[in-house]
Design a protein around this ligand. Structure first.
Ligand code: AP5
Length: 206
């Protein structure tokens, strides 16, 4: 089954995907991670877009994600997080005959998005994501050692939300018309959101 995780920045796409990966033996393909890896290469052209909160050009991300989805580990299914983010990208998947079986659309209020993104921190050693605003830090985690993503600064968060509304939200209608959209309330605590996603996926598989 090919699953797309959809939703505004900070909706919980990555967090929910981490749980799904444990249940399905599918790879988790996060467009943002692919871009961040690309941004580490010298003279790359993607870092500037990301740090301003803008989308990287469709041609660039389609090439990167397209070649990842053609790897053998994606044959049985995948969890695709953060792609497509434009109608052009959605049409690209269709043209490439990469079917999308289900789109999990996490719906979250804008205030919660800002709260989550401004509080998000990462452990640079393990890559584990925490949140200073919405979750308790587990015992033994040193707050001072956690780092913030450059695009989680307030002015960039505002830009990402604006870009989502203008360029990404039309993709919801695209998938609604194709009957693969599953809207999930992403506002409750993470465990509850994961439970709702599980339940919805169970119904689809029955
Ligand atoms: P990307 O990394 O994909 O950023 P994003 O979509 O803005 O998503 P986030 O990673 O910020 O949020 P998320 O929904 O995964 O939430 P998370 O689980 O981390 O993309 C970065 C950039 O790359 C883009 O801006 C763009 O420049 C470029 N890019 C990527 N894809 C592209 C594409 N297709 N086309 C063009 N450009 C592209 O959770 C957020 C925080 O909230 C965490 O701290 C978490 O612990 C917490 N949290 C999660 N769920 C809950 C909950 N239920 N309750 C309380 N806290 C919660």
């Amino acid at each position: 089954m090919n699953i797309v995780m959809f939703g505004p920045p900070g909706a919980g796409k990555g967090s929910v995907s981490a749980f799904l990966v444990g249940e399905f033996s599918y790879p988790h393909i996060a467009a943002g991670d692919i871009i961040r890896e690309e941004a580490r290469k010298p003279q790359n052209k993607v870092r500037a877009y990301m740090e301003k909160g803008e989308l990287v050009p469709d041609t660039v991300i389609m090439q990167l994600v397209g070649s990842r989805l053609r790897q053998p580990d994606c044959r049985e299914g995948f969890i695709l997080d953060g792609f497509p983010r434009t109608i052009v990208q959605a049409e690209f998947l269709e043209r490439q005959r990469i079917p999308v079986d289900i789109v999990i659309n996490l719906e979250v209020d804008e205030d919660a998005i800002v709260d989550r993104l401004s509080g998000r921190r990462m452990d640079p050693k393990t890559g584990q994501i925490y949140n200073l605003n919405t979750m308790e830090l587990p015992e033994g985690v040193d707050r001072e050692k956690l780092v913030q993503r450059p695009d989680d600064k307030p002015e960039v968060i505002r830009k990402r939300i604006e870009v989502y509304k203008k360029q990404t939200s039309p993709v919801i209608e695209y998938y609604r018309e194709r009957n693969v959209l599953l809207n999930i309330d992403g506002n409750p605590e993470l465990g509850q959101v994961v439970g709702s996603v599980r339940e919805a996926l169970q119904k689809v598989r029955e």
